[in-house]
Ligand binder design. Structure first.
Ligand code: KMH
Ligand code: ZN
Length: 314
């Protein structure tokens, strides 16, 4: 196996976990930026970002919060910034896109299909500090995470064609790979596309080695040489399946968005501890971490200067 640069993405806070689940989950723009910068210093080349309401910790789409996070990170790091367009399943599409429209980052997430995004099993496992947490999780029994073809095309047009973003294509099941192939054929996506195989979300494909092989075999068949992949396994399969992804020639996503632990029964005290762990594994496997500029070249990004400081008011 040839030594190669492996892209580590760190998803710093997300919208799945809630503050009562871990005291280490960053909430304020300062906390999110500090943990993001530490993760980048530990080796993450891409930072996948969401915002939270600083008082309650609830997922927020407020562009001013994203701007505060992005400004702080840009002052101290040249990592590739990747803004979520998934937000949370309770936000409208316009809310989900507001920050990316303003900031025009190099990368954005793009979720490749609608699904049931089941967080409700977590609803009865904790003692809650905030009123919203229990109901937010419970509501995922009936709320659909909507990513229709119209929605996907709006994002591709608005953020891709018009603003030059490239995408982390979140694929939660094999069917989503057919949608990627469709948009490559239509020309709305340009190779090489960067696919995140998302395993272990309730409502999507489960986190098992066989399913990772199935995702990869399907992507190989449908996309040939037009794609690169990364592995995101939710919860305790994060490191094992991420490692398998590296062995299969792919890249890895870690971070508290997808997993709050560092080992069984032990909370991760920061995002950086997860980055350091996957880094050790990658280096033990004989590879090295990709730098942000290598990612820019590899994925055809427009570059950090191509963004917007977000000074034009929304
Ligand atoms: N939390 C991940 C499973 C997004 O932000 O667009 C999916 C995600 C979606 O990161
Ligand atoms: Zn996300």
């Amino acid at each position: 196996m040839m030594s190669r640069p492996v892209i580590v993405t760190c998803a710093v806070t997300g919208s799945i976990h809630t503050p009562s689940m871990s005291p280490y989950l960053p909430v304020t723009p300062q906390e999110i930026a500090d943990q993001a910068i530490e993760a980048a210093e530990a080796g993450a080349a891409i930072l996948h970002l969401h915002a939270r309401d600083p008082a309650s910790g609830a997922p927020s789409a407020d562009p001013a919060l994203f701007r505060a996070i992005v400004e702080r990170i840009r002052a101290r790091s040249d990592a590739v910034l990747n803004l979520s367009t998934g937000g949370s399943s309770r936000m409208t599409l316009d809310q989900r896109l507001a920050a990316a429209r303003l900031i025009e980052p190099e990368m954005c997430s793009l979720n490749m299909g609608s699904m049931n995004f089941g967080l409700f099993p977590l609803a009865d496992r904790y003692a809650w500090k905030h009123d919203w947490e229990h109901d937010f999780l419970k509501a995922t029994r009936s709320v659909i995470f909507r990513n229709s073809f119209d929605d996907i095309e709006a994002i591709l047009g608005d953020l891709g064609v018009a603003r030059g973003a490239r995408f982390e294509l979140e694929c939660y099941d094999v069917g989503h790979l057919q949608t990627v192939a469709f948009y490559l054929k239509q020309g709305l996506l340009k190779p090489p596309v960067f696919i995140q195989f998302v395993l272990g979300v309730l409502g999507g494909i489960d986190a098992a080695p066989e399913q990772l092989m199935h995702m990869k075999a399907t992507a190989d068949r449908l996309l040939g040489a037009d794609y690169q992949f990364s592995v995101l396994a939710a919860g305790r399969q994060q490191m094992p399946l991420g490692t398998m992804g590296v062995i299969l020639g792919g890249n890895v996503r870690v971070g508290l968005e997808d997993n709050l632990s560092i080992a069984r029964g032990e909370l991760a005290t920061s995002n950086a501890v997860q980055v350091r762990k996957i880094r050790r594994i990658i280096e033990e496997l004989g590879h090295r971490l990709a730098t942000p500029d290598e990612v820019r070249a590899q994925l055809g990004l427009k570059g950090a200067a191509g963004g917007n400081a977000g000074d034009d008011q929304p």
